[in-house]
Design a protein around this ligand. Structure first.
Ligand code: ADP
Ligand code: MG
Ligand code: MG
Length: 865
């Protein structure tokens, strides 16, 4: 229920002028509203206006109607706006016009629609025409209003307006809409009114219905999809900004543009943007005409350009972060319409952060805090082999970096459909917010039309997906794409290089990523502040070496099962499994030992001086045997039948194997010990027993391990511990700790066993349903279920340490590379996280951010883009 106190000036109010203190921030005013208010406060040229708060939106959504008092408040503020501007809203002679703009606390590009030129009607348009002596401008503004209002408020299909405009242009032989004259625009208004006969003439009705429509757009399917994809809560609501109109469509000394304080692709210093003369609002983004580089303003609008540069410098200094702005020039005068933390690529984020530290604008800690670890993923993905000699089929704008291959699809629904079977590239004339689900499903996006600030480019950069935009070498017709002499149909494979804008037909060789200098610099700063150590999950010397390059401080999980595969080994392993006697098994194991020993030697050498946690054999034995149908020998078939289990995940596996066939673990420990002896001091050994649920299991296995180790390596140091992956192990952690030097939380299995959910049976099936229906917010196999699984971990940590203070604690499930889970592990007091080699840099950063946050440096965490 809404509380509307009246003792405090700002309490219970829904509407604030840009220059009034609201007592709230971004959450209350939305990103756009807070930006307009702060720019106003800085004395920058911002048109007058007011913000209707997110609180009003939430009340509207709750009550299903405009909340009490809101209408009066809006009326009051309109009145104030009239006084300031000396114009009257709905006036027929010299009307006050406004835009109605949505703006949530978290930026959601293109998700909510804005309406410009509100307040125009038949009479007011005549008034505006005669008042300005510019009838073309007046009718152009009016036809835009009818279209935007029709689309946003009354759901008229956009193409009906666009088709009418297109037809008129064809009839007039006009290339651009700027080639149309006043009479054409007047005619277009008449046509648009036929398309949308219900367009309201009353200015106040227009305003209220527009406000309502913005509130309601919070819950459109595309907004919901975007929020889900970006983890934005559903209950924030949006603010509405009502802004006095300024006009970029008044002629050649007017125009509209967008600009970044630094290059959003590379982070290079220097303003970067696009400008379109004699245009209004979204024309730049919508690709109506191809916008010009920002510098072209200098020739025609030198003063406004200089003022813009100065303004952007001030904004960056004020926010101490890279900004992107929207502006309009009306008859030579500059107006700022929006500012926000710029969306940028990971590479740009790193470069800008490093530069800003050099410039003294921010501290190292701030630099570390404001890089989004998840976004770094972009830089840790394969790129096109620079040495490959390739035929470039076409070129477009390098709108969002990274390389991707996939089968082409021409619409978003097909993208979603076909993405189930393999990677797809979404190929469109241009994208709109309605394509968002297809963009999420696709590996990369290719458009024929649109610039660096087109919808495709902005959204792809936000998602960290490769995008080539404005590729005019490409033509699309009737389900066929033509590029560089190739004719491509749905499903044909292409490769995009979003970093250079190149398009290739077919698949192209990719190379592993490397850390660039900025990345190393920021990670170095992160290492200075983090407490958690970061290890990698690596099973081979190659993975170990890569992990080390990425800064891993050891191996947290080395799985040994692959050491039983391979053409020389598998037959011996099968012989072992099929043997009837212990003697037979030992004979086979003796032949496997040298293989394993040399594998371990390789890993110890690659990780020399750093700890390596080796997990003894874990999976059920049937995984090493052929299927019953494939087996030719009756004896083998019988053995396969006898090994069959109803629930292999809960069957004979992990330490249960080691207790059932002790000779297997003995062989493994022997191989590890001999490898350690061969490698010498550099080998830092931690032997891990999987799936322990009872202290007695570990007591026995520890005894076995110690005995064999002593035989082979005497009193050389080693740790013996367990993977904690059963709820019982967490509950009885104090008992288990007696026999463990370390615990490593195996959160993949711990999640399965805690939730009673098999990952393979859940993902893509009922779990997907759960996520869509909102039963669960996050996939617990990707993001640690902190309340449930995490609760058990907390118990294990407390009880384990109560029994043994020096107990070493880590996590080796896939969650060890997921930023929010890393932060949780930090708070839990673990010693390290371990994740796949490619995620090590991410985890280093996430661990640092967790430490900064703990140190009460929450203010460092950027407000977000
Ligand atoms: P979006 O979130 O899609 O960018 P905006 O509310 O920022 O939506 O506005 C859409 C376009 O209209 C932008 O180009 C913006 O600069 C322009 N615009 C918004 N309000 C005004 C105004 N009062 N005068 C002139 N242009 C405006
Ligand atoms: Mg928009
Ligand atoms: Mg905008």
């Amino acid at each position: 229920m809404r509380t509307r106190g009246n003792n405090l000036a700002t309490m219970g109010r829904f509407v604030f002028d840009f220059d009034e203190p609201s007592g709230g921030g971004r959450e209350l005013l939305g990103g756009k509203g807070i930006g307009l208010a702060e720019m106003t406060l800085l004395g920058l040229p911002v048109p007058a206006g007011f913000t209707i708060t997110t609180e009003a939106c939430r009340a509207y959504l709750r009550e299903g109607d405009i909340p009490d008092g809101l209408e009066d408040e809006i009326e009051e503020h309109v009145h104030r706006l009239e006084e300031r501007t000396g114009k009257r809203f709905g006036d027929a002679g010299d009307p006050l016009l406004v835009s109605v703009r949505s703006g949530a606390a978290v930026s959601m590009p293109g998700m909510m629609d804005s309406i410009l030129n509100l307040g125009l009607n038949d009479d007011a348009t005549e008034g505006l025409a005669s008042r300005t002596g510019n009838p073309r401008f007046a009718y152009d503004s009016y036809r835009r209003l009818i279209q935007m209002f029709g689309e946003v408020v009354d759901g008229v299909e956009a193409h009906r307006f666009e088709d009418a405009l297109g037809e008129l242009k064809t009839r007039r032989n006009a290339r651009h809409d700027t080639d149309l004259g006043a009479e054409d625009m007047r005619g277009l208004v008449a046509t648009y009114k036929q398309i949308h006969p219900a367009f309201p003439q009353d200015a106040r009705e227009q305003l209220l219905r527009a406000v309502r429509a913005v509130f309601e757009s919070w819950n459109t399917p595309r907004a919901q999809v975007y929020r889900r994809a970006n983890d934005i809560p559903d209950d924030l609501g949006t603010a509405v900004n009502v802004v006095q109109m300024v006009f970029g469509n008044k002629g050649d000394h007017s125009g509209t543009g967008v600009a970044f304080t630094r290059d959003p692709s590379t982070g290079e210093q220097g303003v970067y943007g696009e400008f379109l003369a004699n245009a209004q609002g979204e024309d730049v983004v919508a690709g109506i005409r191809t916008p010009q580089p920002l510098e072209t303003m200098q020739a025609t609008l030198a003063e406004a350009y200089a003022q813009l540069l100065d303004t952007m410098r001030r904004l960056e200094e004020h926010y101490r972060d890279m900004q992107d702005v929207e502006f309009t020039v009306e008859d030579g005068a500059l107006y700022m319409l929006q500012t926000r933390a710029a969306k940028r690529t990971a590479a740009a984020a790193l470069k800008a952060a490093v530069d800003m530290v050099d410039e003294g604008l921010i501290t190292r800690e701030e630099a570390v805090a404001r890089i989004d670890p998840a976004q770094l993923d972009q830089l840790l993905h394969p790129a096109i082999d620079p040495n490959a000699r390739l035929e470039v089929a076409g070129k477009g704008l390098n709108a969002s970096p990274g390389a991707a291959s996939g089968g082409i699809v021409f619409d978003a629904d097909t993208a979603v459909e076909r993405a189930k079977d393999g990677p797809v590239i979404l190929v469109r004339w241009e994208t709109t917010p309605d394509d968002i689900h297809g963009m999420i499903a696709a590996q990369g996006i290719l458009t024929v039309h649109g610039g660096m600030t087109s919808h495709a480019a902005v959204v792809a950069r936000g998602m960290g997906k490769p995008c080539v935009a404005g590729c005019e070498d490409l033509s699309l017709r009737d389900g066929v794409a033509r590029i560089g002499g190739h004719e491509l149909h749905e499903g044909d494979v292409i490769t995009l290089d979003g970093g250079t804008g190149r398009v290739f037909v077919g698949e192209v060789p990719l190379v592993a990523p490397r850390l660039n200098e900025d990345f190393e610099t920021v990670l170095g700063w992160a290492d200075d502040v983090r407490r958690l150590k970061v290890r990698a999950n690596a099973d081979t010397p190659e993975d170990a070496a890569r992990a080390r390059e990425f800064g891993a401080q050891g191996i947290g999980l080395c799985r040994t099962e692959h050491m039983f595969f391979g053409s020389e080994r598998l037959p011996v392993m099968q012989e072992m499994i099929l043997a009837d006697t212990e003697e037979g098994r030992r004979a086979a194991l003796d032949r496997l030992l040298p293989f394993q020993q040399s594998d371990f030697e390789g890993i110890f050498e690659a990780m020399s001086g750093l700890p390596v946690t080796i997990r003894l054999l874990d999976p059920p034995l049937h995984e090493f045997l052929p299927s019953e149908e494939q087996a030719t020998d009756e004896k083998v078939r019988a053995r396969i039948r006898s090994l069959h289990e109803q629930n292999p995940m809960l069957g004979l596996r992990g330490c249960r194997l080691g207790l059932t066939y002790p000779e297997v673990y003995e062989m493994q420990v022997r191989a590890i010990a001999r490898a350690a002896r061969t490698v010498g001091e550099g080998a830092v050994v931690e032997i891990m027993h999987p799936l322990v649920g009872f202290a007695e299991e570990l007591r026995r296995l520890r005894e076995l391990t110690e005995r064999v180790w002593a035989e082979e390596a005497g009193d050389a140091p080693r740790l013996i511990g367990t993977m904690v992956e059963l709820p019982r192990a967490c509950i009885r952690a104090d008992e288990i700790a007696e026999f463990a030097d370390f615990f490593s939380f195996g959160t993949n299995d711990l999640t399965q066993t805690t939730l009673g959910m098999s990952r393979d049976d859940a993902e893509g099936k009922f779990l997907t349903r759960y996520l869509n229906d909102g039963v669960l917010e996050r996939n617990p196999f990707e993001v640690l279920d902190q309340d449930g699984v995490g609760g058990l971990m907390r118990i294990a940590v407390e009880r384990g340490r109560s029994a043994k203070r020096e107990l070493k604690l880590g996590i080796c499930g896939e969650h060890g590379g997921e930023p929010s889970s890393v932060a949780f592990c930090h708070r839990l007091g673990l010693d390290y996280v371990s994740c796949s080699p490619f995620r090590v840099p991410l985890a280093r950063l996430a661990a640092a951010q967790a430490a900064l946050e703990e140190a009460g440096s929450a203010q460092y965490v950027a407000a977000g883009g």
